[in-house]
Design a protein around this ligand. Sequence first.
Ligand code: PMV
Length: 348
Amino acid sequence: SPVVDGMVTYKSPSNIALIKYWGKKENQVPANPSISFTLDSCATTTSLKYTKLDVPSEDFSFELFFGGKPKPDFKPKIQTFLTRVAPYLPFLKSYHFVIETSNSFPHSSGIASSASGMSALALCLMHIEKQLNPDMEVAFFNTKASFLARLGSGSASRSIKGPLMQWGQHQNTEGSSDFYAIEYPYKVHQVFEGFQDTILLVDKGQKQVSSTVGHNLMHNHPFAERRFEQAHDNLTELQKVLADGDLTNFVKIVESEALTLHAMMMSSLPYFMLMKPNTLQIINKIWEFRATSKLHICFTLDAGANVHVLYPASEKELILQFIKDELVAYCENQQYICDQIGDGAVAF
Ligand code: PMV
């Protein structure tokens, strides 16, 4: 084959789910469909250096650097990822790889670093696949990148493009699939252009529960089947909201999804609670402010204590002032990240 050595770099964003993925079947097939805003500045940048081996290796041959330093504790995750994607990338054992990666935010902080990290690596590997198959079309490239990213981390499938990505089979969404995410295929109201996400870092510590363990607790969960149906229904409702720009219903669906995600965690066995006292303080402050200001501010949560504050670009000035005056005090070391919806990964 023609490809001998090279290097590729991708910057891939995180994403924040509006309809949450929680629970999966075999082979990273989601138990319900999900939809997310792709973020803009929260991202992972990954460079992949590849050198053709004279003789294919027995196992994957790779070195890993995180923020410039060797990172042995991340190697098992990458090993698992490579094992899963190997059937779809036959060249993997013919190369030695040097993976150099860095995040614009703290890892395992509840900001999905697995989403940006796995999608960035999947895109780098697809670059080699494209070198080997130069006729590959862009649409196929992106779909396969999402497919591969999903095998690393489900939510990573939604980080390839933007601003709205949908993953998981849904009867009202043409072209939706359990195996890869698609760009939301319908017209989106202009009120969602430049939508803001201010991420309040309530607790930057490592997560107490990995998402792998969390997803597995949806097996034998007493409310699982009803929850999966609800996600389908909420997605159908959200589609109307995305079309007509009804922010009142947007707030209702998005907050209900976040609280349901945490309710599932609290009602599984073993049960766990990832919200912190300051998470609840922030939620209550948001509710009070929304009632008095009539602005369209709402929150969502991932599998962690941090709060994503979502609001339209047109209300940015007033809401950001409120966040600084009233909410930042509840963050660890006053830390927060101002982000907004973005268009997906970019190559360098
Ligand atoms: O991609 P995973 O396996 O880390 O799961 C992430 C699940 C949530 O972030 C809690 C929800 C979602 O849809 O992103």
